[in-house]
Design a binder for this molecule. Structure first.
Ligand SMILES: *Cc1c(COP(=O)(O)O)cnc(C)c1O
Length: 367
């Protein structure tokens, strides 16, 4: 079996890119998405350019510059950027290796923060009851970041996004809802009467969002003659394709109308039953070795979530991450392997076997 090379918009394979290219959006699609989000999450929705802008808007509304805000110690640079844009102080809390969310004992040392961002990492829900109790004790506000977890439910059945004072959605590449880019924020606190004026997307952003799946399809095809990677790199270089992490934060723009239409379709399709896990994960001793084995069989696990406690690596230094306080996050980022969602269940049968064999071999060595 031949596998796709790289992520390269493989989630838009099987004709998805054609639909994406030709979907026509109208004002009424923006209105419909707005209404849907307002109803689903019980608040006032605002459509945004991307998830980080949505998160920044939520943070700016409920916090004051200088406030401390708790952030999961294993996250995306987008979250850090949102916190910084709102002029807040991020407090990174170490994670548990079980679910990649907060280590609750360490969390409870940070009662002086004013807020907490819950992200339900890779679709694994936090113990929301416990977080609510902690937040209440310290008069802290909860913000839910739904980039990984749209549709996920907490243990008591409540849906992610219906607990905090605000929730932020991302519709970026490889997220729970994926329209290449886009996002939305729902303010669940008090009503604001000054509706923010938000402009349409920049033409360049609109075009990038429109054509990325098609470029991906082209690159994947060219992979079979060895040219896909080079073309994708060239497209990134001339900015026709943007790496997800490089998307600019902009509080005054929204996604394109056609993206609103696609996002609404995906939101309606979110699986009701079961937990929509974004990426299954496991830990391996020598990740490079396993990736090499996988690559030999044609698998390319691009963009592991995450290779640094705050990813991607090229932005990590800027964050000044407190590694000493977050040993689990450091360990996890070095050893985590997760199954990209651009492969189907069937595609992954051989990959799972390779990983399982590797893990069993390790166990044998230890005995
Ligand atoms: C990707 C991501 C976001 C938002 O990303 P955008 O690229 O700005 O849409 C927010 N939180 C987490 C945890 C993410 O992984």
């Amino acid at each position: 079996m031949k596998h796709y090379f790289l992520g390269m918009a493989a989630e838009y394979a099987d004709g998805g890119w054609i639909k994406h290219l030709f979907t026509i959006g109208r004002q009424r699609d923006l209105d419909a998405l707005n209404r849907f989000l307002a109803q689903k999450y019980h608040g006032e929705a605002l459509l945004c350019k991307n998830g980080r802008s949505a998160l920044a808007l939520a943070l700016k509304k409920y916090f004051t510059p200088g406030d401390k805000i708790i952030v999961n110690g294993f996250t995306c640079y987008a979250v850090y950027e949102a916190v910084k844009t709102a002029e807040l102080k991020p407090v990174f809390v170490d994670i548990s290796q079980e679910d990649l969310n907060f280590d609750y004992e360490k969390l409870e040392k940070h009662g002086d923060a004013k807020g907490i961002i819950v992200q339900n990492t890779l679709g694994n829900p936090v113990d929301m009851k416990r977080i609510e109790k902690f937040a209440k004790e310290h008069e802290m506000l909860i913000i839910e970041d739904l980039a990984h977890c749209a549709g996920v439910r907490y243990a008591d059945g409540r849906e992610a996004g219906t607990v905090g004072v605000a929730c932020a959605l991302s519709f970026g590449k490889d997220k729970s809802i994926d329209t290449v880019s886009g996002g939305a924020v729902v303010f669940r606190g008090e009503e604001s009467n000054n509706a923010k004026k938000i402009q349409g997307p920049r033409p360049s952003d609109h075009l990038r969002a429109r054509f990325y799946p098609m470029f991906g399809a082209l690159c994947r095809t060219l992979t079979y003659v060895g040219l896909g990677g080079a073309l994708m790199r060239a497209l990134v270089k001339i900015h026709w394709v943007e790496k997800s992490a490089d998307s600019k934060l902009d509080l005054n723009r929204r996604l394109s109308k056609f993206q609103a239409k696609l996002a609404l379709q995906q939101l309606r399709d979110l699986r009701r039953a079961g937990e929509p896990v974004l990426r299954e994960f496991c830990f391996v001793r020598d990740r490079a070795e396993v990736l090499k084995k996988l690559q030999k069989k044609g698998y390319y696990f691009a963009g592991l979530w995450y290779e640094k406690p705050v990813s991607p690596e090229r932005y990590y230094k800027k964050v000044h991450f407190p590694e000493n306080e977050c040993p689990n996050a450091v360990y996890v980022s070095e050893h985590i392997l997760n199954l990209p969602n651009y492969y189907t269940r069937k595609d992954l049968v051989t990959a799972r076997k390779i990983i399982k064999e590797y893990l069993e071999e390790g166990d044998r060595h230890e005995q």
